[in-house]
Structure formats: structure tokens, C-alpha cells
Design a protein around this ligand. Structure first.
Ligand code: BMA
Length: 796
């Protein structure tokens, strides 16, 4: 009774009389006007979206991915565009205490005006912006978002950073990109990368809306599970961040209900005016059996329906429906008998798990084209290839909510980088404040996802300083080291620890983990095989020779390039482009000497294609690069997997293999195993095999043939291998029951969307049935018409 009186009192003093409870939300998604800097180009464009896709959809430019259009359309990113529209407020503005304009994501540097009044400015694509527009909003409004070219802004920021330069200045010329990307908080690969084009977009890339509320408003709502060993009980931390606009504290009643776990608890809360948080600890009923969330291949991804009801008085009631997941994660760095250094592996729900997977890059240069279907297809392909993890690499974007939702459902563990890659970064006050807001927002947005198992500060920036990639004179190095520690330790790490104690944080990848910390966050050699993770690339040595690979604790990057299939390239090229040495083939290759490295590596084991027909020659070469890539990564991954249980000369105990890279951003040669659009390269079919839970690995060492049985299963199993091995002199031969062996059999159905159950295989049986899973309806006739069959025998 006392409580009810208190609530009524709070309402009486805090809210406007006669105003409705609950917030009013008005979406500003949909069609906007877009105008170029001098007004010469004016068009309609969708929000969420960007200038490039708007121009393309209106037919004002060609497909930006076609041939050399990334260069032709550079003018789009150099211009300063304006988005504008009018909108009617569908509610009586005078009835609300606070009205906010909320951008979930704005790309990137912009000034925002409503009815000619500047309401805010933005400079960070990864931040969420909320501007108070209570005093400017009317019944009919005009909103303008004036963008500044990201290229000009980055250049200007670099120029005004006078005390010292922050390298790199520009990407290597082969990338045909833009300079000073480290001076803008924007997708770092949007200024070009060694697998991607330069399309520094402008636009409103996520949701935008008006939110009006009285009393208080829920901004963030997060769940963090933990297991209390001593009590043998799960608990769930429920955190809610509110903006309280009432002039007096708001007292509320919060009820959390998880029916399947027979858990219901009610709490009384009090929020002072301003931004405040409620943290509730929900103890899960001990008599209920909690099914934990497991990575794919190790168990189910059980989640529990949960309802949280906030009764904040005066009929102001909010209900949140969510899924509660329970799992623990530890990054284990401890001494290993017989090996100097420390282990580096993940324990999920108390069980050591070998991490198998790849590295994720943005699925498109234009984020508004990354559809739900596309995400589902790529992520399903990830688990279909027996992967259990992906690293969201630090040169892209923090992915959209749906990406993490799907990973939760499929059991794909996520190593989440913060978005800094292959560069040094400034740390002046404005920049740091922007980064702090970004990190706080992203951790709050993402931390409820069980799929995320690690936060990692950056990609290769510890290595860049340790290896002095940017040739900084030794006497100038100190300032860069101080900046590094300031950014990734004193700011990012501090925020991560404050916001999320349930996951480990490492400062960089690769890093030596605890050893890097001991060496004041910057190891002499972050690639040390006795600590942390490593990245390893070697395009010259014979990739079939396992002795070239580092016997590391954790291989978080390694890879080889290949070309995407002809049907994928055909869409963005014309007849004169269809040869390995055409201008187009050179243009799409952003990794210096990449095309030659592929031929060199293929040439170590195969005769290079010689066909007199130029088109056939091009197709055969594409095929052979895929054979080479698949075989190289198979050899390397099998080496890492078999190194799990052994220590040789103090090295081993490998507990992770994430090859570089899973997906493609456009149609070009790259390290990817999935082409732009999702088509499987030969490597992806191979991954299905070399990541299988039970894997026989055969290798030769000093004249002896060893066969390792690698198992990710939770219990021991006895296996018999289905082959006879005979010795002939110095050679060993596997005698298989077949009449003719056909290597690297490759079925290709061109642009028909889908995948086979197996491909690129060594055909040893007389008869083998291959199944095709279409992703779209397709007829037998279409399949028959598109099918081409290649084997190594066909290219000679
Ligand atoms: C690693 C990555 C990327 C790059 C890849 C291939 O260093 O972190 O920066 O695309 O190598 O060169």
C-alpha cells in the first residue's frame, strides 16, 4: 500500500497531466531526399541506406562492383551529400516531457538539423546517437542530415594532428584506396583492403526514429549469466538502463519470470532523475535443471523464454520478452608441463573446446545490402562446414543484431574484435571520447549474446608496433607505445571490465596474452608460439610441407588466396577481362603479387593449365587456384588439429584454428572460402572434411608415415581406418578399392544458388552419389544445362 502511494505521488509530480503512459515511437525509415553538395544531383533514397545504393537503385549509376567502377565512382565519396525529408509528428508534442531523435547508426560525419536548428553532430559510425529535440519538434518538421565526405574529414583530422604523424598515411597503391582511415571511426576496410574495394559510403545505415516519453524510458536491457560454484546455482544479472525525466526519483516494481525454470522474482527499484541503471540478480530455482548453451558440435543451444515486466507507476508498464542463455566461458592461460610459456584455450561450461572456424569480414561494401537471407545462408554454411567459431575481424563493423542472433541459434562462437586494424591510432581527447562512447554502446548492445566468447582490442596493432611496420625511428617510438596503452588498456579495457565481467578481454590479435601484459602490453614478439594466438602467412614455401607451420597455441589467422568461380566473375566483367593477366584480373587483385603467388604455389604440385582456348585457360586456372587453396589450408589445418594433444620441443597444445577468411566483400581473388553471394569454393567443401569432429590425419615425418586420429567428441571412441597400407621400398601406398582415381572432382552449376554435399573430392569409388541442396527453386533441366564437371585430368 505504501509503495502504491509513493508511485502515485511520483507520477503526480513528474509527468505532464493528461499525458499517455509508455513511450511513443515514430519511425523515420523509408524514402528521403538525397542531394549532392552543389545540388546538381537530387534523388530519392531509402533509409537505412547509403548514397551509392540509392544512386544505383535509381539507375543513375551502374553496378558499383562492375569492372572498374570502384575507381569511376570515386566522386561519390568525395562529395558532401545531404539527406532530408519532412515528417509529421503523429502525436501531440505538448503531451511529452522529452522527445529524442535516435540514430542507431549514421555513416559517419554529419550535422543534423531539425527545422533549421542544429540538434547534433556525429563522427562515429559505430556509435548510437540520441539527440534531445523536445524544444524544436513541431507538428510538421523538416529534417536535414548534412554529411561531410569521410575522405576529406580523415585528411583534415590527420592534418590537424600536428604534434606527430599517425601512420599509415595511405594504403599500398595496389589497393587503390583512400588515405588516413585511422583518423575516422568508420569501417576501416571501406577505404580499401587487400581483398576489398574502396567505397567510403555516406548515409544513415541503421534505424532512425523519434521517441517521445514521460517519466522514464528504457534504453538498454541486458542479461549476463553466471554460475556460482559454491552454491551450485545459476544466476542471471538483469541490467536495465533508463533515462528518467521525472524531476523526482521513480519507484518501480520489476518482475522477472522464466517459466521453464520455475523462476519468478519481483524487485522494488528506485531510479534517480537522469540516466540510471537497475541491476537485478535473479537466482535460478535450484530444483530446475538448467540446460546450458553449447557451441555447435558439442550440444544444444538451449535458450529460455523470459518476461521482464517493469511497472513504473501511473500505468507506465514495459514488458521485455527475451531469451535467457546459460553458459560460462574462460580463457585458460596456465603453465603446461613440458613446455615453456602458457596455454591459450577456451573452456566453455568447464570443458576445453578446440576452436574451428574462420574470420568474418563485412559481407558487402554497402551494409544496407546485407540481408537477413544472406546472413542466414553464410552462417548456415559455417556450421555446415563443421565450424564452431568465427572471428569478427577488427577492420569491418560490429555486425548487426541479427548476425549475433543467428550465431546464438546455430552455436557459432564469436571472437569479437573492436574495430581497429593494421594501423596506429590517435588518442586526442575528442577521438577518445568518441571511442569510449562507441565501446560502451557496443558492449551493452552485444553482451547478452552467448555466442560472444571474447572481446579483443584490435587486429595486429601490437604486432605493428613490435615489428615496427611503419618504420618509426626508435627515439620516437615512446609516444606510439603510450598511445597504444592509452587506447586499448586505459580506455577500451577499462570500459569492457566495467560493462562486462563475464568474458575475457585481450588487447590485440595476435598477442601473447598474459605475457604481453607482463611486457607492459607490447611483447617483443607477439607471434611467440609459446603464448597466445598467432597469425601466419607464407606464400612461398611448399604448403604441403607441414614443417613450415608454427606449432602455435592458437592459430587465429592463416590462409592462401584463390579466384572465385567464373560465373561469379562473369556478372561484373566483360569478354576482354576473361584472362588471368587482363587489366581486370590485375585490378581486382589487391594483394601485391597475389596472382603470381597463386601460380607459384599451384606450380609446386601441379602442371599449370596450358589450353589454347583463352576462356578455357582462364577457367582452368581459376579451378586450379581453388584446388591449391583447398589443399594448402587442409594441410595447415590438419597440422593444427593434430598438434592439440602433443608437445614437441616445448611447442604444441594447439587449441584453435581460424583460417583467413570466410566470406568475400565483392567478386575478386581473396583468401575467402565463400564467394560474394555465398557460393562455396572448393576450400569450403574441404573445410567440411578437415573440421569434421572425427578426423584421421596422415602425414610423413622423416620417412615414417603417421596416422593421427583427431577427435572433438566428448567421449573416447574406437576407430578402424577403411584403407590398407603397404610399404614399397621407401614409399608407402594406400591401396583403395577402385578402378580409376579422379582427383579434385569439381561440380559447378554456375549461378544456380545452392551447394553440394561434397565437392572437390578425390573420386576413388566406382560410383558416388553427390547431392545438391538448392537455395532457390530450380528445375532438373536448369541444373542439367548449367552443370559443368571438371577434374584435374581435364585441365591437361
Ligand atoms: C591479416 C588480416 C587482414 C588481411 C589478411 C590477408 O593480416 O588481419 O588484414 O586481409 O591478413 O593479408
Amino acid at each position: 500500500m505504501l509503495l502504491l502511494l509513493l508511485l502515485a505521488a511520483c507520477w503526480g509530480r513528474g509527468a505532464l497531466p493528461g499525458s499517455p503512459p509508455g513511450p511513443a515511437v515514430h519511425s523515420l525509415r523509408g524514402s528521403w531526399w538525397l542531394g549532392s553538395g552543389n545540388g546538381s544531383v537530387v534523388l530519392r533514397g531509402d533509409v537505412p541506406g547509403c548514397v551509392h545504393t540509392a544512386l544505383f537503385r535509381q539507375g543513375l549509376i551502374q553496378d558499383p562492383y562492375y569492372r572498374f567502377n570502384d575507381l569511376t565512382y570515386r566522386w561519390i565519396s568525395l562529395d558532401n551529400w545531404t539527406y532530408s525529408r519532412t515528417f509529421k509528428t503523429p502525436f501531440d508534442v505538448s503531451k511529452w516531457q522529452k522527445v529524442n531523435l535516435v540514430f542507431e547508426g549514421i555513416d559517419t560525419v554529419a550535422q543534423i538539423l531539425i527545422n533549421n536548428v542544429t540538434v547534433g553532430r556525429t563522427d562515429n559510425m559505430f556509435n548510437r546517437y540520441s539527440f534531445d529535440i523536445t524544444s524544436v519538434i513541431k507538428e510538421v518538421n523538416f529534417i536535414e542530415v548534412h554529411f561531410l565526405s569521410a575522405i576529406s574529414y580523415a585528411a583534415e583530422q590527420s592534418r590537424s594532428h600536428r604534434a606527430y604523424s599517425v601512420p599509415p598515411q595511405c594504403p599500398p597503391p595496389v589497393q587503390k584506396g583512400e588515405c588516413h582511415v585511422n583518423f575516422i571511426r568508420k569501417e576501416q576496410c571501406s577505404f580499401s583492403w587487400d581483398w576489398g574495394p574502396s567505397f567510403p559510403t555516406q548515409g544513415i545505415w541503421k534505424d532512425v526514429r523519434i521517441e517521445a516519453y514521460n517519466l522514464c524510458h528504457l534504453i538498454y536491457f541486458t542479461l549476463t549469466p553466471s554460475y556460482v560454484k559454491s552454491a551450485q546455482q545459476w544466476s542471471l544479472e538483469v541490467e536495465s538502463v533508463f533515462d528518467v525525466v521525472s524531476s523526482k526519483p521513480v519507484v518501480g516494481l520489476v518482475t522477472v519470470n522464466i517459466p521453464k525454470l520455475q523462476t519468478q522474482q519481483t524487485y522494488t527499484t528506485e531510479l534517480p532523475p537522469g540516466e540510471g541503471r537497475i541491476v537485478l540478480l535473479v537466482n535460478i530455482n535450484k530444483s530446475a535443471t538448467v540446460q546450458t548453451w553449447w557451441p555447435s558440435g558439442h550440444g544444444n543451444q538451449t535458450g529460455y523464454d523470459m518476461t521482464t515486466t517493469f511497472n513504473m507507476g501511473a500505468g507506465y508498464k514495459i514488458q521485455k520478452f527475451s531469451k535467457a542463455y546459460f553458459r560460462t566461458v574462460e580463457l585458460v592461460e596456465e603453465p603446461i608441463p613440458g613446455s615453456p610459456g602458457l596455454s591459450f584455450y577456451f573452456r566453455i561450461n568447464g570443458l576445453p573446446i578446440f576452436i574451428k572456424g574462420s574470420n568474418w569480414i563485412p559481407a558487402d561494401s554497402f551494409q544496407d545490402r546485407v540481408s537477413s537471407d544472406m546472413l542466414k545462408r553464410i552462417l548456415q554454411s559455417t556450421v555446415d562446414a563443421n565450424m564452431n567459431a568465427l572471428r569478427v575481424w577488427g577492420g569491418g563493423v560490429y555486425e548487426q543484431d541479427e548476425f549475433y542472433d543467428i550465431c546464438d541459434e546455430l552455436g557459432i562462437m564469436i571472437w569479437q574484435d573492436f574495430m581497429f586494424a593494421c594501423a596506429l591510432y590517435p588518442t586526442d581527447q575528442n577521438y577518445l571520447e568518441s571511442v569510449r562512447a562507441e565501446v560502451t554502446h557496443q558492449v551493452k548492445r552485444l553482451k547478452s549474446h552467448p555466442c560472444i566468447i571474447l572481446w579483443s582490442g584490435n587486429n595486429e596493432n601490437e604486432a605493428a608496433i613490435a615489428g615496427n611496420w611503419f618504420a618509426i625511428p626508435q627515439d620516437k617510438m615512446k609516444v606510439y607505445i603510450l598511445d597504444y596503452v592509452k587506447l586499448y588498456v586505459k580506455n577500451i579495457q577499462e570500459i569492457v571490465i566495467a560493462e562486462d565481467k563475464s568474458r575475457p578481454y585481450i588487447t590485440s590479435s595476435p598477442t601473447n596474452g598474459k605475457e604481453s601484459v607482463k611486457e607492459r602490453w607490447l611483447s617483443q614478439n607477439p607471434y611467440d608460439t609459446h603464448y597466445g594466438d598467432t597469425h601466419f602467412y607464407d606464400y612461398l614455401s611448399d604448403c604441403w610441407n607441414w614443417t613450415v607451420y608454427p606449432k602455435t597455441r592458437f592459430a587465429s589467422e592463416y590462409g592462401f588466396q584463390s579466384w572465385p568461380s567464373f560465373s561469379t566473375l562473369e556478372k561484373v566483367s566483360s569478354t576482354e577481362d576473361w584472362s588471368y593477366k587482363s587489366n581486370f584480373s590485375l585490378h581486382r587483385q589487391h594483394h601485391a603479387a597475389g596472382n603470381n603467388q597463386m601460380l607459384h604455389q599451384a606450380g609446386l604440385h601441379f602442371k599449370l593449365p596450358q589450353n589454347a582456348d583463352p576462356l578455357k585457360l582462364f577457367k582452368d586456372t581459376i579451378y586450379l587456384t581453388q584446388v591449391m587453396q583447398a589443399q594448402c589450408i587442409k594441410a595447415e589445418t590438419e597440422f593444427y588439429r593434430r598438434s592439440r594433444s602433443e608437445i614437441i620441443n616445448g611447442e604444441g597444445h594447439t587449441m584453435g584454428s581460424l583460417y583467413w577468411q570466410l566470406n568475400d566483400i565483392w567478386q575478386a581473388p581473396s583468401w575467402a572460402s565463400l564467394e560474394y553471394g555465398g557460393k562455396w569454393k572448393m576450400l569450403h567443401y574441404f573445410a567440411q572434411h578437415f573440421f569434421a569432429p572425427l578426423l584421421p590425419v596422415g602425414y610423413e615425418d622423416d620417412g615414417v608415415l603417421y596416422i593421427y586420429g583427431v577427435s572433438d567428441l566428448h567421449s573416447d571412441c574406437e576407430l578402424t581406418l577403411q584403407a590398407t597400407i603397404s610399404q614399397q621400398g621407401d614409399l608407402y601406398a594406400f591401396v583403395l578399392q577402385t578402378t580409376a582415381v579422379t582427383p579434385f572432382v569439381w561440380l559447378d552449376v554456375g549461378n544456380i544458388q545452392g551447394r553440394f554435399n561434397d565437392n572437390g573430392f578425390l573420386m576413388t569409388e566406382k560410383r558416388k552419389v553427390v547431392v545438391f541442396y538448392p537455395w532457390e527453386p530450380v528445375s532438373i533441366e536448369e541444373l542439367e544445362k548449367s552443370l559443368s564437371l571438371t577434374s584435374l585430368m581435364d585441365i591437361y
